[in-house]
Ligand binder design. Structure first.
Ligand code: ZN
Length: 147
């Protein structure tokens, strides 16, 4: 567990300092904005679909290290996945960060966010980008709020 915690700190630091896929997306199939008023995190997620597959995904935003790192790692995790696979991963991720007993093995690198379940306030930081991605995939235009 301490290894996982070290890895968590390392990855959160790395991805929050140098977020991946951190830009707007031209030719996006959908996009959505999310806001977590508890922490002040803001995120804008773009997704480009090819058929049922997430061909490309990107984000921009401002927020705490956890929200940024989570969004960054999310874009890496869902690129190339189908909508159903993306939804399944979101469900698993949400179970992980809320301490619902998800097996971290099923989540690959995202397993490092298991520690977030110890800090309920941070759950919304970690899941904001995922909620926003879901809205972008669903084609929702209303901004997403974690409240
Ligand atoms: Zn936050």
């Amino acid at each position: 567990m301490s290894n996982l915690r070290d890895l968590y700190q390392e990855l959160v630091l790395d991805h929050s300092k140098a977020p991946r896929n951190f830009h707007a997306l031209e030719n996006a199939s959908g996009d959505a904005q999310g806001f977590n008023p508890l922490c002040g995190d803001q995120v804008h997620v773009w997704v480009q679909l090819e058929g049922d597959q997430v061909k490309d995904v990107s984000f921009t935003g401002n927020g705490c290290a956890i929200s940024k790192a989570s969004a960054s790692m999310m874009t890496q995790a869902v690129k190339g996945k189908s909508k159903a696979e993306t939804q399944a991963l979101f469900t698993a991720f949400h179970r992980l960060v809320t301490g619902a007993g998800e097996d971290p093995e099923a989540l690959g690198k995202l397993a490092v966010f298991a520690g977030v379940s110890e800090f309920p306030v941070r759950v919304k930081c970690a899941s904001l980008a995922w909620h926003t991605l879901k809205a972008a995939l669903d084609g929702a235009n209303a901004p997403v709020s974690t409240e």
